[in-house]
Ligand binder design. Structure first.
Ligand code: TEU
Length: 578
């Protein structure tokens, strides 16, 4: 590590915990059925009690909400649905008063098609102003424009269908990796980059503490935009090799760092959401000497329980796969890189339903186990709203229960291809993003105390017994388990700095690893029984004198040579190594 660059483990965020708020579903203060900034302000003391250090706010900018705000029509204002800039300033002040920081969601791979940049680009036609701010291309030679197959290449969108939309007025197509209302910006155009940097500086000057950068590794596309391979029966090609971690992405992030962050002395956080990023690439992105981003959100571990048909082709998780994947990232980023640690966010199903057991018998204990395993890894943990309560997937029954464009488009396209609706709905029920977007469950009243109006999406009926009010009052709740884990990260150096070693990698139920921190002569041992039956484990030598830091059962068996773990039991032990 060069002298003048602190290593990741010495940075302020290395022992921080980030809490993600999806404002639309967090707390509604004006009874319109949608969460808002005032609702968040009223819940800041709850977040301070949990002990988190940073809040990450999903987008609250003006938007047509085609993708729930990830389609931005004005980067420097607040959507009236959520409040005003004055409300935002009050929220920021409230966050800072409580010693927390706030990072914004930066969505600049694409804008909304209602952003003034895009309307100027589209309406000005070829050669018009801002035309080159987006990716416009003529139809494929020899095919009738506007008909299937006339798109400039065969790329599919993340949200089903082609990644191109035809503009009849100009006879050209524009690229959209996501919805047709999310046109991709042309990052090869320096005017685009400078406009983004100016906007980012504006938010930093307003006092925000950094950014979570949406699909930031997709901003550089391979020149020529070549076709991708077609997998299976799909008509569209997989263009990912031509835009995931594209040719100039490192140049652009280094330029962004110089133009936006260099010279700012207060602590800031940048995290790049990077679908498809590999460990080797992440080491480059997060190496402090390269001054690109502080950490990345990678997707390897949340793609292990799907088949070749993609995220809705649900397959059972093999724990050995999860252990191998997270272990690869623990050791692969080494001393110079840094991990974001997450299982949940607004795009993922509820982790207690996915990796745990959300039945009444095992829900709380499996939720605590999952949290223990994640928070004892090396990296910065992210808690997604409601995860700290063990909120579970919702009992969606029909397509009318869903709101997410990804799910609605998938349902429409699969049925058009002749798929069985029962199968399609089962995939959506298990993996749909709406599972994470049902209202935050504050109490047992109607709609979980989220709103006194009609919520934009139905609250999970289990809010009657799974809610913040009940858990704040119960010292053995999932909430207080998360609070203890977060507290441990703030007090136990081995949690942040300890070297990671996986134990029993081939065991199909046991998740066990150590964290050794020579500087504090401490070693931690994490044992987790990922299953509904008892499990007996041979302890490594020398742990009989260790102490117990964390447990999710009232009376863990003694630390002798063999330990019996109850169903979904997790424990953390500590011993001195010198
Ligand atoms: O997500 C990008 C992304 O990789 C996920 O959307 C995932 O690919 C998708 O859920 C398909 O499985 C970011 C945001 O987190 C997401 O909410 C937005 O929809 C997307 O970008 C476009 O902005």
């Amino acid at each position: 590590m060069p002298e003048n660059v602190a290593g990741p483990a010495d940075s302020w965020w290395s022992d921080a915990v980030v809490y993600q708020i999806y404002p639309r579903s967090f707390a509604d203060s004006d009874a319109d059925g949608v969460g808002d900034l005032q609702g968040i302000i009223e819940r800041l003391d709850y977040l301070a009690e949990l002990g988190v250090d940073v809040l990450w706010l999903s987008p609250v900018y003006p938007s047509p909400h085609d993708d729930n705000g990830y389609d931005i029509s004005d980067y420097q204002d607040i959507d009236p649905l959520f409040g005003t800039l004055a409300d935002f300033d009050r929220l920021l002040a409230g966050v800072h008063e409580r010693g927390m920081k706030l990072v914004m969601d930066l969505v600049v791979n694409h804008t909304s098609d209602e952003h003034s940049w895009f309307t100027a680009s589209r309406d000005g036609g070829p050669g018009g102003p801002r035309r080159d701010w987006y990716v416009w291309r003529p139809p494929r030679e020899g095919v009738q424009p506007g008909t299937p197959g006339a798109e400039p290449n065969n790329w599919g969108s993340f949200f089903s269908g082609p990644a191109w939309e035809y503009d009849e007025a100009s006879g050209e197509y524009y690229l959209h990796l996501f919805s047709r209302k999310q046109p991709d910006l042309n990052w090869d155009n320096p005017e685009v980059r400078q406009a983004v940097y100016a906007m980012m500086r504006w938010w930093l000057d307003r006092g925000v503490d950094g950014f979570r950068m949406d699909v930031i590794n997709l901003i550089s596309k391979v020149p020529g935009l070549p076709d991708g391979p077609v997998h299976g029966a799909g008509r569209h090609g997989d263009g990912s090799a031509h835009y995931v971690c594209g040719p100039r992405v490192h140049d652009y992030l280094a330029e962004m760092h110089r133009e936006v962050f260099a010279g700012r002395t207060r602590p800031l956080l940048t995290v790049g959401e990077m679908p498809g990023v590999t460990v080797d690439e992440a080491r480059l992105f997060t190496d402090p000497a390269r001054r690109e981003v502080d950490m990345v959100f990678q997707f390897e571990h949340v793609g292990l329980d799907q088949g070749p048909g993609g995220k809705f082709d649900v397959r059972p998780l093999k724990l050995t796969d999860l252990k191998a994947s997270l272990g690869r990232w623990q050791t692969g980023l080494g001393e110079r890189g840094w991990n974001s640690l997450y299982f949940s966010n607004h795009d993922q199903p509820r982790v207690v339903s996915r990796f745990g057991d959300d039945s009444p018998a095992h829900r709380d204990r499996s939720a605590k186990l999952i949290a223990t395993v994640l928070h004892l890894h090396r990296g910065t943990p992210y808690v997604y709203q409601g995860e700290e309560l063990g909120m579970a997937n919702a009992p969606f029954t029909s397509i009318d229960d869903f709101r997410d464009i990804e799910s609605l488009n998938h349902h429409r396209d699969q049925l058009a291809l002749g798929a069985d609706e029962t199968d399609v709905l089962e995939g959506l029920r298990q993996r749909g993003r709406d599972n994470a977007r049902t209202p935050m469950q504050w109490d047992a009243t109607e709609h979980g105390g989220f709103t006194t109006g009609t919520p934009w999406i139905a609250a999970n009926p289990d809010h009657k017994h799974v809610n913040a009010e009940a858990q704040l009052a119960d010292p053995d709740s999932v909430f207080h388990h998360y609070r203890r884990l977060i507290g441990l990260r703030h007090t136990e150096p081995a949690v942040t700095h300890g070297d990671f070693s996986l134990l029993h990698p081939d065991h199909e139920r046991l998740y066990a690893f150590t964290r050794h921190h020579a500087a504090s002569a401490t070693e931690l041992l994490v044992l987790a029984n990922f299953g509904g039956d008892e499990l007996t484990v041979e302890l490594p030598d020398g742990w009989e004198h260790g102490d117990t830091l964390v447990t999710n059962v009232p009376d863990p068996s003694p630390l002798t040579g063999r330990v019996t773990l109850r169903p979904w039991e997790a424990r953390v032990h500590r011993r001195r190594t010198a």
